[in-house]
Design a protein around this ligand. Structure first.
Ligand code: NAP
Length: 329
């Protein structure tokens, strides 16, 4: 089969298209003929040599795909050749075929086309595991989403609104803020021109956000905690601001009875990922089937043009997901 190859760590120009060994379905796996793959920031870091591939994962880029099952390994129940699926991966998605543990598969939701569904698994699993399973966001609470125009942010806004939360979203341009409002955000903040702490307080009658979903990391830590309401929960999933280390004021946390947690989906043990996928299928997919959450796709490139897709995502002007399609599909 063919896959996106990497001649060496470096810029988008190191990505090529070449022949590699096809995957084999081990026990519990299926082989998926890939229709499309989602592009994630982790792929850009891995391309640059900054994201070590987890033990046992494919060295080929790609953490999520959609496609059609073409092979079934031993001990797989509930899936058949020909099923249209999307899947969470530990790697290997930028290819014509990928082997996937069956418990990381999701059906393509009703009303979602096969290509667009490739952009759902990573965002759905990251958002649900952090906001529902970890932070326990409830109807009537307020969520502050940083990076509201990102692939993660566009999903988080829609999911939080679908479960009855109020949403404040930050983004860095008027165009992105408009899209956040279209997706259901109640209040938006341009973090380049306005103070998100003051804006969130104003939008919540001075109370603050019950949950903050943060992609910026250390640079935002103190202000995120300042933004939290009593009993608030800060969940950190990225360090787009550049740094991981920052002083933590435990006094404020204690007074607010607040908590801070940080996770990365890719590094979780397989059993945790499978539990997240099962929970997403049970609790989130019905909302997608109903059209309450839709995939937000910024652009679609051929896998043979993966370098341009990486350059576009890195430029930071996209809203929602960038996808790659397998050329034969
Ligand atoms: N922990 C996990 O399991 C996990 C899983 C998936 C993704 N992530 C992380 O979640 C983040 C979003 O991922 P994605 O794929 O959805 O990203 P994306 O679509 O590429 O969007 C990222 C957006 O973040 C915003 N941003 C960048 N630097 C910023 C800063 N310093 N302050 C505020 N906003 C900033 C930019 O929008 P503006 O124009 O608004 O600045 C940018 O477009 C990434 O950091 C990614 O690494 C984590």
């Amino acid at each position: 089969m063919f896959a996106v190859t990497m001649s060496r760590p470096g810029g988008p120009e190191v990505l090529g298209w070449g022949e590699v060994d096809p995957p084999v379905a081990g026990a519990g796996d299926v082989v998926v003929d890939v229709r499309a793959a989602g592009v994630n920031n982790a792929d850009l870091l891995q391309r640059q040599g900054h994201y070590p591939v987890p033990a046992g994962a494919s060295p080929i880029l790609g953490l999520e795909v959609s496609g059609v099952i073409s092979g079934i390994g031993a001990d797989v129940v509930g899936w058949s050749v020909g099923d249209r699926v999307c899947a969470l991966l530990t790697g290997g998605g930028y290819a014509e075929q990928v082997a996937v543990p069956a418990d990381l598969l999701l059906p393509v939701p009703a009303g979602v086309d096969l290509v667009s569904s490739a952009g759902l698994p990573e965002a759905a699993c990251t958002v649900y595991s952090n906001l529902a399973m970890n932070a326990g966001l409830r109807a009537g609470e307020t969520l502050l989403v940083h990076g509201g125009g990102s692939g993660i942010g566009t999903f988080a806004i829609q999911w939080a609104k679908a479960v009855g939360a109020r949403v404040v979203a930050t983004a860095g341009s008027a165009a992105k803020l408009d899209r956040c409002l279209e997706l259901g955000a109640d209040h938006v903040v341009n973090y380049r021109t306005h103070d998100f702490v003051a804006e969130t307080r104003a939008a919540t009658g001075g109370v603050g956000a019950d949950v903050v979903l943060d992609i910026v990391g250390g640079d935002y830590l103190a202000r995120n905690i300042e933004t939290l309401a009593p009993d608030g929960r800060l969940v950190v999933i990225g360090s787009a601001g550049g740094g991981g280390a920052a002083p933590l004021d435990l006094g404020i946390l204690m007074r607010k009875r607040a908590s801070v947690s940080a996770t990365t989906l890719r590094a979780r043990p397989h059993a945790q990922k499978a539990a997240i996928v099962a929970a997403v299928r049970a609790e989130v997919w019905p909302l997608v089937d109903l059209g309450r959450i839709r995939p937000v796709v910024d652009s679609v490139f051929s896998m043979t043009d993966a370098g341009h897709a990486h350059a576009l995502l890195a430029a930071g002007a996209t809203v929602g997901k960038v996808l790659l399609t397998a050329p034969a599909g």
